[in-house]
Design a protein around this ligand. Structure first.
Ligand code: PHE
Length: 356
């Protein structure tokens, strides 16, 4: 018994992990374990022998069993300690700062404009930035020899050698979306189309890429009066003040009659203010849609008529948020973006129009 005790207590204390410990347990206390076999010899003993041997055997078994359990706990504790060491984490450390981006003023203003026109029943339509010259010019009553084509300072895409089709262009305005929307939906229709446009032009107030928003409403009795109301309603909601507008007779091949629209503003000490003073700022071109344009969109001009307008998004963003230089819009200077950008969750700032 002493040999068995020595042997197994030694093995238990030297077992390096739980698997080794389990082997020791089986060798001692398993069905065919040495201690179990010893216990079985009790059966062949006389009652007297059994009386003295029984308690000793039991004590031996209990002692080994207790040693196994103690060792098992110690191993588990050691394993936990090792994990705690390895996976230690200081939850009191300050978080790692993550740079937060901002919403570009053009995106913010596009959202604002879209929300205001959505309230007046206009949905958003889209078209490609690389456009065929038919959509960008011909369908809008700008024939190839039309002088206004040259005025647009168009970027032409290259064609493969031997391909004699007219080149595609980077759209010079959002007006081709008028045609695409008419073709897709027919009349009646009310859409706006915000997006990028391109012209070869670069100075403090012009960038070769800029943004426009096109508006178009076609129905049986749409008139210039509807155009004026919609625009005044829009400016009031967008700038949050009643803004006087000035409609100047103008010419666009795709509208007849045509008007350029200015809004009232003042320049005081180099600071621009909207809705006051006796200055005027041109912000859009507009007019009643030309019958040829309706026809190009598949709409019968004897039955339907409509207005259209095109407005510079960057321009009105500068006006609303007091941003002086257009070129800075597209330089991706982080300091500029942090200063003029909007937080991701900023709700578009609008105010209800006077007539609501
Ligand atoms: N497409 C014109 C421009 O870019 C604006 C415009 C749109 C004028 C619709 C009239 C009607 O200048």
């Amino acid at each position: 018994m002493d040999d068995l005790r020595q042997k197994y207590l030694g093995l238990v204390s030297r077992a390096a992990d739980e698997a080794a410990l389990e082997e020791v347990r089986l060798a001692a206390l398993g069905k065919k374990g040495e201690v179990s076999l010893l216990m079985r010899t009790l059966g062949q003993m006389s009652p007297e022998e059994r009386q003295s041997a029984g308690p000793k055997f039991n004590a031996l078994r209990n002692e080994i069993d207790a040693a196994l359990k103690a060792r098992k706990e110690a191993l588990a504790d050691a394993a936990l300690d090792a994990r705690l060491q390895a996976e230690w984490l200081d939850v009191t450390l300050p978080g790692r700062p993550r740079p937060a981006g901002t919403i570009h003023p053009v995106s913010q203003v596009t959202e604002e404009v879209t929300a205001i026109f959505a309230d007046m029943g206009f949905r958003v339509a889209e078209g490609p930035q690389i456009e065929s010259d038919w959509y960008n010019f011909d369908a809008l009553n700008l024939a190839p020899e039309h002088p206004a084509r040259q005025e647009h300072d168009t970027f032409f895409m290259a064609r493969a050698e031997g391909d004699n089709r007219p080149p595609h262009v980077l759209r010079t305005h959002t007006s081709p979306v008028q045609i695409r929307a008419m073709q897709a939906q027919g009349a009646p229709i009310r859409v706006i189309a915000p997006g990028r446009v391109y012209r070869m032009d670069m100075d403090q107030t012009h960038s070769p890429m800029f943004h426009q928003i096109e508006g178009m409403a076609i129905d049986r009795d749409i008139s210039m009066a509807n155009l004026k109301w919609v625009l005044e309603e829009f400016f009031t909601a967008f700038f949050g003040v009643k803004v006087k507008t000035r409609f100047r007779a103008s010419h666009f091949p795709f509208t007849e009659p045509s008007a350029e629209v200015d809004i009232q503003c003042s320049w005081v000490g180099g600071q621009l203010k909207i809705g006051e003073g006796d200055g005027w700022m041109e912000v859009l071109g507009s007019g009643m849609m030309h019958p040829k344009v309706l026809k190009a969109g598949g709409i019968d001009p004897d039955e339907w008529q409509g207005f259209a307008f095109g407005m510079g998004i960057d321009r009105i963003a500068m006006l609303k948020y007091g941003i002086p230089d257009l070129r800075a819009f597209f330089e991706s200077d982080l300091r500029w973006l942090r200063h003029y950008g909007f937080a991701a969750l900023d709700v578009p700032t609008l105010r209800g129009g006077v007539n609501r």
